[in-house]
Design a protein around this ligand. Structure first.
Ligand code: NG6
Ligand code: CA
Length: 499
């Protein structure tokens, strides 16, 4: 069997059997596209020609690299909700991009992935991006903020509340704002500014980064944000130190808990906007900040993996690497992402991107790595982050009592290629079906293209049907040519969505 654990279980015949309790780490990037890694670029004729990501590539090359791995959604909050609950996010109408003041999206009564680990004797932690709401709707940021990650199963949390383009721009550890001066209390609002406080509109001279769309409320560190914030000066994060900050927290966590089984969910902030690499990474790519932060994230992963190695944990830790949704270049700031893209194709030829029902919205880099257990391979099996819950339950001998999560453990470990038969994808509450090689997108009203971000969203007045095996770029709509297949797909889709 695998490297053992420290726990023992009695079997029915009263002999003692060792139960495997490997550590589990989820490394989760924000807006990283299918083509953003050099290890994915070489799978197609596109992608990552402008970026070298050796540390993540090492996971991919020594682990299992999925070519049909999906986030459930084309935006962050719903994808994260699905991982932690094992439920399709479209079942919860509130699972959409949340403001920094949104209440906790996951009910404290709900079964969650960290609760499952907890019940099996694991220590559990979240470090990095949360974006699943906090409190019950009226958070006092100067007191203990609850409920939050600690109330849905995490023993330890060190997070940013929402995104780094949203206020409050402070770290929160176990429900308390880190470094808060009680004489300078924090106030946050998403509806109106606080009297006399500067905004990007009233005080453009404060800006070190310019906004393109949205992002014109409070200004923190010269960066205009979404939402208004007052006070909390001493607690405000330094954007260009965020990568180092979260890395250190994740490393410290591993070192502190190496002698017990642990589950760490590490949400990195790159390459989401605002792209603010540490000075060490400025100019390291040819792509401006957008490329620099991917190189920075790659370095973070390398450092984190070194810690696992130094602590002697590599053979006893399953590492899962993925991204919460597909790529976007201009997501609201002038940061030269479009101008400096060069030959790089973050989509690797897939259509759409972040916010889109087309493939690039949800098909993301997806890697599993476990030294000595997972053999280096490429897998074409269809897998979804929705299935982490069921698969990890199976790994540690826990029950999978979720609505939608499947046990794909053999697939995630490379012992089987039998992935999902079908998957519902979601983008801004619109849904589509992938089943086998086929994708069916129902008709939707709404813009065909989000012009601000320049992404095709997947909305048309007609049904769309694509054969991904022949047409990965979703260029030929076969809905009229294949009425039988279309009907079958619609019926299947309606059964899942309706049920
Ligand atoms: C959008 C923001 C975008 C980004 C996104 C959330 C505007 C105009 N755009 O509303 O910049 O913050 O929300 O991204 O405000 S996600 O990856 O967390 O889902
Ligand atoms: Ca995201």
């Amino acid at each position: 069997m695998f490297l053992s654990c420290k726990q023992e279980t009695k079997t029915t015949d009263t002999t003692t059997m060792e139960v495997e309790k490997p550590n589990v780490v989820i490394l989760y990037l924000d807006d990283l596209g299918y083509g953003d890694l050099s290890s994915y670029g070489d799978l197609s004729s596109y992608g990552a020609t402008e970026l070298q990501t050796p540390h993540i590539d090492a996971l991919a090359k020594e682990g299992l690299r999925f070519t049909n791995g999906y986030a459930t959604s084309a935006t962050c909050t719903p994808s994260r909700y699905a991982i932690l609950t094992g439920s399709y996010p479209w079942r919860n109408k509130d699972a959409k991009i949340l403001p920094g003041t949104a209440p906790l999206l996951i009910s404290t009564e709900q079964q969650t992935l960290p609760k499952m680990f907890d019940a099996e004797g694991y220590h559990t932690a979240v470090v990095g991006k949360w974006h699943l709401g906090l409190g019950t709707g009226h958070v006092n940021w100067n007191e203990h903020i609850s409920p939050g990650p600690n109330e849905v199963g995490f023993d330890y949390s060190h997070i940013m509340a929402a995104t780094h383009d949203r206020v409050p721009t402070v770290y929160i550890e176990d429900g308390r704002v880190v470094g808060l001066d009680p004489n300078d209390p924090i106030e946050v609002s998403y509806s109106e500014n606080f009297k006399g406080e500067p905004t990007a509109i009233s005080n453009p001279e404060l800006l070190k980064m310019k906004w393109h769309h949205g992002h014109n409320n409070s200004v923190v560190n010269g960066i205009p944000r979404i939402g208004f914030m007052k006070g909390g000066e001493a607690a405000k994060w330094k954007d260009d130190q965020m990568a180092d900050h979260f890395l250190k927290k994740a490393q410290d966590y591993v070192k502190a808990h190496k002698n017990e089984p642990f589950f760490l969910y590490f949400g990195l902030q790159q390459p989401h906007v605002p792209r603010t690499p540490s000075p060490r990474f400025v100019g390291k790519s040819t792509m401006g900040p957008c490329g620099d932060v991917i190189l920075e994230a790659d370095w973070v992963i390398g450092e984190f993996m070194n810690t696992l190695k130094e602590e002697g944990l590599l053979e006893n830790t399953l590492v899962i690497f993925s991204s919460d949704n597909g790529p976007v270049l201009n997501d609201g700031y002038y940061d030269q992402a479009v101008e400096k893209i060069g030959k790089h194709d973050p989509n690797a030829g897939l259509k759409g991107g972040k916010y889109s029902l087309f493939e690039a919205g949800t098909r993301v880099p997806f890697i599993t790595y476990w030294k000595g257990r997972i053999q280096p391979k490429v897998s074409d099996a269809m897998v979804s982050q929705l299935d982490f819950y069921g698969s990890l339950a199976s790994l540690i001998g826990a029950e999978n009592n979720t609505l939608d999560s499947k046990d794909l453990l053999p697939v995630l470990l490379g012992d089987s290629k039998q992935g999902r038969e079908a998957l519902i994808m979601e983008a801004a509450s619109r849904t589509a079906l992938r089943k086998g090689k086929w994708v069916m997108i129902p008709p939707y009203n709404g813009l065909a293209i989000n012009k601000q971000v320049n992404i095709e969203l997947g909305n048309t007045s007609e049904y769309q049907l694509y054969n991904l095996f022949k047409d990965e770029g979703q260029k030929d709509n076969l809905a009229t040519l294949k009425p039988g297949k279309l009907k079958e797909m619609i019926e299947y889709y309606e059964r899942v969505i309706g049920g």
